[in-house]
Design a protein around this ligand. Structure first.
Ligand code: AHR
Length: 662
């Protein structure tokens, strides 16, 4: 294929340690002839692309969920992050006042059995007199995840649990980070009898101003002892009230993902099994969830975004869920296959939770959470990147046979690569992760050209250009990935699913770069990889046609041609071409056998490019590298076009049915 020469050049420069695509473009290009793409669009050449081909992979990494997609504004709402032994660290909670006015500690007096730690606040100053409390009171505050974005006119639901040894008069306020600007405030006034046992308080606050760096504070100027637990601030405008931050949800929905793989990644494994994601503690009322330390990515999560919420997210996105279950293996410890049966049972329980009737043991828990209808769970992956681990195959086989016995329609995904050899165990799909340089990614476009056409299908559940070629999300990375995805489209008879990784990064916690979407509490932008994926959103379920490339002297182009349906009577023929060179390439596209005519007035062209292949987007320039759509009046079955340097172009030809006259 054409790009091998470019690839060899890239490889050479990379060996010389100076690799960018710009360095690789000088060779004899002046003599280039226009490249020609011959596309056979006859119906008999069409091959259906799997409906599931392109989806997304959500991992709790980079604060993607806690402090990200999950809209909870309070960090460490249950005071469990400091561990079960008290006194404990209450970070990021802090104290308003000093030790002569307020004493704060933790103890294990919570009413919630699985998360016993509560915060004890002893106000030692008086209402008045020589030891009077400051006028605004003393207490505690929580800045959320690097500041709460509180917006004017928006409504927030505050829930907290309190207990006291006397009557209480507590001010609950959303304020600026220094506490000087009050955005919204309410009071909890209760008699001793009302709060002598734990009491749930719910308040609605409407903010009268906007402040992107806000906090919640709980203050009092009445002497006494108050316990707090499970303090939550949720904006009311989450997607369908399901708890997903609207702007981030919309970014995901715009990718039209056909599947959602969750919740990891390494997050599923844990550095140690004791910290791995376990689904049971993440379901049911959020107040009762224990939360856990995400020891791979080094932060606490309250597990507001739990197993149920992931299934809900998939449903809300119209994506089929892909549930990655711990194989009994973490990065540092493993369960012996002889002891794996309780994990197997746990997996079966999780499927019953998702799919069982509302009268089943676990299905009834789901129903009680507000979703009596079963979720459409059909894909389960056993483990993440565990194939080479000592107990993987043994454990996998136990999971596989139990799953297939109980749920024969579930597609089981192994961690072992079947693209280069036969598996020694049964599987419906195999998981492959591709992290490499731009050169490596471009060459991977051909990885599946010669893999066996029978046997389990490939699920490329994580792919990304990483390292120097990628920066924090370069155009170069996006173009190399586009070339790779075109290779997957072409080989979609053996590749059933693919997703980029990671999906989201909170700008305050870059644990893994690059990512598709960058956000903070109030802003977000897509990296070029995000916009690149939008060129592929119509591919799942479309049909693909063969392309022959002739006179492609620059050896620089990677292309595919699909037919996709936009609506009942809107059908497009889309040709996508990646040009990895630093010069414009002219291309002649010839489409034969099409069972429709092209309407140029309704056709359009979309281009993703920038001046420099290392260009990135940022909060300052969120649209420096984005796809630009334009009309395409010269659309035809025979057309000439120019492909800008370092670009991905899609030509969408609007198809009108052939009339008898045409
Ligand atoms: O995508 C980031 C990490 O990369 C995933 O957690 C892991 O599966 C891979 O190593």
């Amino acid at each position: 294929m054409g790009f091998y020469k470019a690839y060899s050049c890239l490889l050479l420069y990379s060996l010389l340690g100076v690799c960018t695509l710009r360095h690789c473009c000088g060779f004899g290009l002046e003599d280039d002839q226009p490249a020609t793409l011959l596309i056979d669009a006859s119906p008999q050449s069409a091959k259906k692309i799997p409906d599931t081909l392109f989806g997304i992979f959500f991992e709790e990494i980079n604060h993607a969920g806690a402090g990200g997609l999950w809209a909870e504004l309070v960090s460490n709402r249950g005071f469990e992050a400091g561990g079960p032994n008290t006194p404990s660290n209450i970070d990021p909670w802090s104290i308003i006042g000093n030790e002569s006015s307020v004493i704060v500690s933790t103890d294990r007096s919570s009413c919630f059995e699985l998360n016993k730690v509560a915060l004890k606040m002893e106000v030692v100053c008086d209402n008045e007199g020589p030891n009077a409390c400051p006028p605004d009171g003393v207490g505690i505050y929580n800045p959320g995840f690097w500041g709460m974005n509180i917006q004017e006119g928006k409504t927030y639901k505050v829930i907290l649990y309190i207990r006291s040894l006397g009557p209480v008069n507590i001010s609950v306020s959303l304020t600026s980070s220094d506490g000087l600007q009050t955005l919204a405030s309410s009071r909890i006034q209760a008699t001793y009898f009302e709060v002598s046992n734990w009491k749930r308080i719910e308040l609605i606050l409407v903010s009268k101003a906007t402040n992107k760096d806000s906090r919640i504070q709980l203050t009092s100027n009445a002497k006494g002892i108050i316990w707090f637990d499970q303090v939550s601030v949720m904006p009311l405008d989450t997607y369908k009230g399901h708890g997903f931050r609207q702007d981030l949800f919309e970014m995901l929905a715009d990718l039209k993902p056909r599947f959602l793989r969750f919740p990891g990644g390494s997050y599923v494994e844990g550095s140690w099994l004791s910290n791995a994601f376990r689904w049971k503690p993440t379901i049911g009322p959020w107040e009762e969830r224990s939360g856990h330390f995400n020891d791979v990515w080094n932060y606490w999560t309250d597990d507001g975004l739990g197993y149920f919420e992931f299934l809900q997210l998939a449903e809300d996105l119209g994506a089929t869920p892909v549930w990655v279950f711990n194989s009994g293996i973490s990065h540092n410890d493993e369960i012996d296959t002889l002891d794996i049966s309780s994990f197997v049972k746990d997996l079966l329980d999780s499927i019953e939770f998702a799919r069982g009737s509302s009268s089943s043991t676990w299905g009834s828990v789901r129903a009680a959470m507000g979703h009596p209808k079963p979720f459409d769970l059909k894909y389960v992956a056993i483990g993440n990147q565990d194939c080479s681990k000592k107990n993987y195959i043994g454990n996998y086989n136990k999971f596989y046979s139990a799953l297939k016995t109980a749920y024969p329609d579930i597609n089981v995904i192994t961690n072992c690569d079947a693209s280069s050899g036969r598996l020694d165990h049964p599987a419906d799909l195999y998981d492959l992760h591709v992290y490499t340089s731009a050169n490596g990614m471009i060459s991977m476009a051909h990885h599946f050209d010669h893999t066996p056409r029978v046997g389990p299908k490939a699920f490329v559940s994580e792919y990304a250009v990483t390292g120097r070629d990628a920066g924090r999300g370069s155009l170069l990375a996006a173009l190399a990935q586009a070339a790779f995805l075109i290779g997957l489209e072409v080989n979609s008879d053996v590749v059933e699913m693919a997703s980029n990784a990671p999906l989201l990064v909170n700008d305050n916690d870059w644990r893994f770069t690059p990512d598709a979407i960058v956000f903070n509490s109030w802003q977000l932008y897509g990296t070029p990889t995000y916009w690149m994926q939008q060129f592929f959103t119509e591919s799942s379920g479309a049909v693909i046609f063969p392309i022959k490339m002739v006179s492609n002297p620059s050896n620089s182009l990677v292309a595919s041609a699909i037919k996709w349906r936009c609506s009942e009577d809107e059908i497009y023929f889309r040709v996508k071409v990646v040009n990895v060179l630093a010069k414009t390439v002219s291309v002649k596209i010839s489409v034969t056998g099409l069972d429709a005519s092209v309407n140029p007035l309704m056709s359009f062209k979309t281009v993703l490019t920038s001046i420099n292949p290392m260009d990135e987007n940022s909060f300052g320039e969120p649209e420096k590298v984005t796809a630009k759509e334009m009309s395409f009046p010269s659309a035809s079955t025979e057309m000439n076009a120019l492909l800008p340097a370092h670009s991905l172009t899609s030509f969408d030809l609007f198809l009108a049915p052939l009339t008898s006259a045409s």
